[in-house]
Design a binder for this molecule. Sequence first.
Ligand code: SAM
Length: 222
Amino acid sequence: MTNDAPGKIHRSGSANWSISSDVLDYAKSLIPPNGRTLETGSGHSTIFFAQQGYRHTAITPSQDEVDRIKAYCASNGIDMGRVDFMVEPSETAMPRFEDAIDFFLIDGGHGFPVPQIDWYYGSKRLKVGGVIGIDDIHTWTGKILVDFLKRDPSWTQLETIDLKTAFFRLNKPFVYQEWDEQPFVRRKSKQIIFGRKVRRFGRRLVRGQWGGLVRSFLRSRK
Ligand SMILES: C[S@@+](CC[C@H](N)C(=O)[O-])C[C@H]1O[C@@H](n2cnc3c(N)ncnc32)[C@H](O)[C@@H]1O
């Protein structure tokens, strides 16, 4: 059976924000048959996951998107029996999602800190060896997540497709670490701390605060 194109699913049927088929094909190559999958956001990707027969959950605040996806699948013979939806923003839904997952597509809200919230709760549920895909890494919130993961030894970077979607594999059970144990945050923070020292030194110099200058010089030699 040849399916119709799903058409516009987003913004009440007036927009198509679908992820590329290259991304979905690559995701498929990483997911075991019968895999347990999760995505934030919904659309063409949800239809694709349903077609593969994965046990899939999509989290979106839009009931309209869910209705369009279900209508498309019903009229094209796509079984949605293994797909469910959490119809609410991921920042409230993710803490309640408890299944162990093989793959997680982060493509919901892109405002700060929603991708970070998705990543945090999703990583807690990701099996070791499981993969996350982060879409729209040209937005700052996506890019900062990628920069963080690139330097974290718990993750291995896989492909990045079209400079837009990055994939990472989890190497060991996810644990939250304090800032000074997170290589990216530690490095960025050290730059900020150094910059603050330089500015404070300059300010004391300009103000002739010699006592403070001597004290910080002595401290720096300890
Ligand atoms: C770029 S689209 C997803 C495209 C989809 N992956 C596809 O292939 O068609 C972004 C999605 O995020 C949803 N969204 C917006 N804010 C959200 C939030 N706070 N939590 C979860 N989903 C959100 C939108 O309703 C939309 O479904």
